[in-house]
Write a protein that binds this ligand. Sequence first.
Ligand code: HXC
Length: 516
Amino acid sequence: MNWDDLIRDLEIKNQEALAGGGEERVKKQHALGKLRSRERLEILLDPDSFMELDRLVAPQGSGVGMADKKFPGDGVVGGSGKIHGRPVLVYSQDFTVLGGSMSLSQAKKICKILDLAIKTGTPVIGLNDSGGARIQEGVMSLAGYGEIFLRNTLASGVIPQISIIMGPSAGGAVYSPGLTDFILMAGPTSYMYITGPEVVKEVTGEDVDHRELGGAGVHSRSSGVCDLVGEDDRGILETARRLLTYLPQNNQEDPPVVDLKDPIERSLKDLFRIIPADAKTGYDIKNVIELVFDDGSFLELKPEFAPNMVIGFARLGGYSVGVVANQPLRLSGGIDSKAARKAARFVRFCDAFNIPIITLVDVPGFMPGTAQESEGIIHHGAKLIFAYAEATVPKLTVVVRKAYGGAYIVMGSKHLRGDLNFAYPAAEIAVMGPEAAVNVVFKKELASASDPEKRRGELISEYRDKFASPYQAAELGYIDEVISPDQTRMKLFRGLELLLDKIDKNPKKKHPNPPL
Ligand code: HXC
């Protein structure tokens, strides 16, 4: 043997691994509009930054029909790379190799990536394209999934974990993404479900196709499992690159500051046009967000799920912040079970990763009714209270208009350790709206009044003057300052700067017990 032979031998082994499941299967993958595992990593990562690990790991299972299936790499490509110059750990399943199915060897490769990510404090991104547990391996593949789930759980709150669904994610393949912080889906080609259409038909008699059962539409609109949808592979991979810009590398670091050169003192006069002073008229809170935060910086998450609650990342003077806002255009901004769950998970993510939370409040209350009670709004609403109360990151709140009842308390109020609480002069902070309040409190008086409608009008006006304003809250110090809308950007920025080094702690405990 000489060096030339040794290098040639290595080249042959590498080429075998790069071939994946072979030309035919690659063609099929492309014909479906899907890229290959390696092609996806080229888009996700900075050029020439990928360092592959475990390229030569081979399937170990000796199950039915596996004797001639020794694909090196075993259906997943993993390693380290960079995104916008910062290190990441990645793995990308190769559907051309046994449908990207999970074998014990594949699981060991993914576990090595996750272990490295935890040890080095590096975000991890998993590209999922898999038919689930490798059927030929029996319990070995189940063991592999279990090892991955364990690491996803231990890594939670330590490093950001992002899952991108780029094809099938069937059976056990759904639960690793389900344990990570964000799930992104390639719109037309991805689907996730715990069992496929055939099993569904057998068990429930339901006739559904892959898309109806677990397509991006289902998970972005109904289940809320999906955070962001892309138009194709390239689109969602570029979105993942953008998402990372708002996040720190791990829970010990702050998110990167990116100066977008948008002046803090820029005029916000348009807010007077966007927000009607009359609380009965709707408006789009996203227009407020776009105007207040750095130009073009808002990245909305779960836009189609519970649209009455808006969440996403933005920048303020270059600092990464999490934005939570009621949307008056949907359910008048009322908080239902889904909205509470959506915001609670987001607040907890921001808190875990040192991202300040800015809350814009315009909320008539929690949504009442039998549907909400049956869905468990008591627990879901409590999740949101828990998340805000527990969060120790800087918390800044602006009451734009309505802030009634329990919804006032939960949306970043002083009582749940809001650090700086502002309100506009149009804000109404009270137990309930004037009309409902007068009906409850003055029921008897109105029943016996000579002109009930006139008296009702007087009482509503009296109640509005006394309570439906920010001034009682300001007198009590629950609102730190009543501000004009055009001061919002500047006040929030100054507050944020003040709070960046804030230290706050929760009592020592093993872990809390939120109403999960
Ligand atoms: C082994 C698999 C496989 C699997 C697919 N393949 N899924 N091999 N184990 N789970 C192989 C196929 O045999 C085929 O091999 C290749 O991958 C491509 O599969 P096709 O069926 O031709 O592709 P397509 O038509 O696109 O359909 C994709 C699919 C389908 C919908 C994902 O393959 C499917 O239904 N697979 C099974 C899904 C499933 O039930 N998984 C197990 C879940 S149970 P060749 O050699 O022909 O290319 C589970 C339990 C874990 O995961 C629980 C842990 C908590």
